[in-house]
Design a protein around this ligand. Structure first.
Ligand SMILES: [Zn+2]
Length: 249
């Protein structure tokens, strides 16, 4: 009887041990397959990123007329594209994405202005750059006043990719005091409005003088608006923002 009991107990222990080992082996197998997947994915990612890097270092030769995305050229540019949101004078989302596109020639001069501001510890913030003609038509419908909104019949320099609306921020991202918001069409938005604190006047003149030095002309009706000296060299465009790829036709 005792022998039978011993054999029975031995069989139970052996079976348990065997099952346990099997279970453990399965666990290891699962773990291995996870690591394999991770490694494989990692290898794939590595080769993918290598491929991208190789593509990125291919030299790109832009024409002056090419419309380019400023974020591809400037690390510090601050985008505050109101027309890609509802907080603008039309209270409508006008752009499908927040982008600052400019003609390559215009961008080159803006980068020089940016570098000069950065040497003073200041950074450019852009409110608007290229603007499709359809958006100009909507703006004109709301405010048909030349001097405030350009008539779409002739088109704005923004429609040509040769105008920018800009301000300045400090190294902490705080905007300098310009005395009014972007697109403030009241007297306070006029560049030389006299009833403003000296700091505001000084900031406006700093912005204007550096921009002018780099081929941008300020206007009297909006302190934030600057047109590039290329004038009407480039045609008015109604090309829509392409939010996936950089250049637009
Ligand atoms: Zn403007």
């Amino acid at each position: 009887m005792e022998n039978r009991l011993f054999i029975f107990l031995f069989f139970i222990v052996f079976s348990f041990s065997f099952c346990n080992n099997n279970h453990s082996d399965n666990k290891n197998a699962d773990s291995d397959s996870i690591f394999m997947n991770k490694d494989s994915l990692s290898d794939l990612k590595k080769s993918d990123s290598l491929e991208k890097t190789e593509k990125q270092i291919e030299p790109v030769h832009y024409k002056d007329s090419d419309m380019v995305d400023i974020t591809e050229f400037s690390e510090h540019i601050v985008l505050d594209i109101h027309y890609a949101r509802k907080d603008n004078f039309l209270n409508m989302v006008l752009y499908p994405c927040a982008k600052c596109l400019l003609r390559y020639e215009v961008l080159q001069d803006l980068l020089l202005a940016e570098a000069e501001f950065e040497s003073m510890g200041l950074f450019l913030k852009v409110y608007d750059c290229y603007r499709p003609l359809r958006v100009q038509k909507l703006m004109w419908k709301k405010i048909p006043k030349p001097g405030l909104v350009a008539n779409p019949a002739t088109g704005s320099r923004h429609n040509r990719g040769s105008a920018v609306d800009v301000s300045l921020v400090d190294s902490k991202g705080k905007e300098l005091d310009f005395g009014s918001c972007f697109d403030d069409f009241s007297a306070k938005g006029k560049t030389f409005y006299p009833n403003l604190p000296d700091t505001v006047k000084k900031n406006r003149m700093l912005l204007r003088s550096i921009m002018q030095k780099h081929n941008f002309k300020g206007i009297n009706s909006e302190w934030w608006h600057f047109t590039h000296n290329c004038g009407t060299k480039y045609p008015v465009s109604d090309a829509e923002f392409n939010c996936d790829t950089l250049p637009i036709p």
